[in-house]
Design a protein around this ligand. Structure first.
Ligand code: FES
Length: 110
């Protein structure tokens, strides 16, 4: 699948909580927004603390709020809606009930 990597089964993702998985040295968060699946590096750009799963970030609709200082991210774009940060998003494919991800690499890294 073009360097996409299987990361989690669709049935393991809890609505409005998300789940985290290791991918190489990174922790990836996978969340469900309705029928849409999004994945991103599980690090808040503000002070680099984890966002979802056992860390307690709140997902409401399309948005995730960091439990530390309240920066809120649009999970479709990765952009912070109340500050200037942006999550590192991954490409996502769903096939046969499995979620696959691929890092989006550009000249600045990913
Ligand atoms: S560490 Fe996330 S808002 Fe400060």
């Amino acid at each position: 699948m073009d360097d996409f990597i299987k990361i989690v089964s669709l049935s393991d993702i809890r609505e409005s909580k998300g789940i985290t998985r290791k991918l190489e040295d990174d922790e990836i968060a996978v969340v469900r927004i309705g029928d849409d699946i999004r994945a991103f590096l599980n690090i808040c750009p503000h002070q680099h603390t984890p966002l979802v799963d056992k860390y307690g970030g709140q997902i409401q609709g399309d948005e995730l709020t960091c439990p530390m200082h309240g920066w809120t991210y649009n999970l479709k774009t990765g952009k912070c809606v109340n500050q200037s940060g942006k999550l590192k998003m991954l490409e996502v494919k769903v096939e046969d009930g499995e979620v696959y991800v691929r890092k989006i690499v550009n000249e600045f890294g990913w």
